[in-house]
Design a binder for this molecule. Sequence first.
Ligand code: GDD
Ligand code: MN
Length: 372
Amino acid sequence: MYISLTPCDFVVIVLSLVHFGVPALYYLCLRLFWLGRPWGLRRDYTYTPRVSVMVPTYNEAHLIEKKLDDLYMQDYPRESLEIVVVDSASTDGTPDIVRDWSHIHGDVTIKLVTESERRGKSCALNLGLRHATGEIVIITDADSLWRDPSTLRKVVSYFGDPNVGAVSCIKVPAGELCDIERCYRQYYNVIRVGESKIHSTPIFHGELAAFRRFLLEKIGGFPTDVGADDSHTATKIALLGYRSIIPEDVVVSELIPKYGYVHWRVRRAQHLVQHFLKTLRYVKYAPKKFREILLVEAYFHLVNPWLLLTALLLDVYLAALQSVIGLILLVLYLLAHLNKTFRTWTLSQYYLIIAALRNLLNPELVWEKQVK
Ligand code: GDD
Ligand code: MN
């Protein structure tokens, strides 16, 4: 049987090849050529500057004590450590728990800053920054666990190199097994570290994001118009020529919501879309190596998902017209979902598409609390 390829079939094939091929090549390139390379940074474990760890909280009564215990267990010199909790009008007694905890742990400096009204995480961070005295400022979400007591020491050691402006972490999902989340993380962690080895990664994690204080001041604090406060801040620091890196030995666990997983993923995707849209304005000022990374990541977050959607819609249309190629491609696409990695990938693409549309209605700069 002779099957001819119509221009429409051809478009579907090209769009699919680009959509799946470009990220696969990027991943392979980072994995094969960059992941194993040395950092080329002067790491210094004897460098122990004053560090402020900021924990923003909104209704974290069930987690905050564990979080503070985690920080207390860090083997960083206590006289050089300061914890700043910034609470935004929690209604579940979070500040009282912080106060009680500080009475019991008199040997660590802890400041509790409270806002009378909730205005979002970034506003709270900017308020906290005014009270933080550390040379290095680290933000960490209440629902993240620093299981390794040397986490802080490892992070700070990278700042021993004056070229490093910001450091974040590898994330692993904690708690009940969430396969999709784990699979998604494995892929993204390779990319984060690979990009960091080239220069910097434009995606940071609020579970642990460390910044040089003078750089935070230079860029005007945390952005209040972009949900991804962590990623946007790291990117602005890299735009100044400093390295914003995620090293492979700083690993933090994060709790995955028990309910509302899809909403949670869409909201995070919304924040990343906002971040890359805004970053495009500055791309021309980026150091060359970082500019390339930024452009690729902006493409992945803003354009690539739409190629998949276009290819799929076109393919459904072809299949409806009983095009043999269209039908074959559609069946292949559906069958590919039996593979977990493929499923994880396509889901994250749909989240990005929904996120871009949802941003038009509600940017979610102040978001609903998910039960973890
Ligand atoms: N003070 C204050 N005020 N803290 C807040 C507010 C607020 O309005 N909203 C959220 N927080 C705190 C939470 O209590 C938690 O400690 C931290 O900020 C992160 O909130 P989550 O609700 O756990 O956010 P997430 O994990 O789903 O979102 C992640 O992605 C965001 C970007 O998309 C986190 O990594 C965030 O840090 C990140 O900004
Ligand atoms: Mn969280």
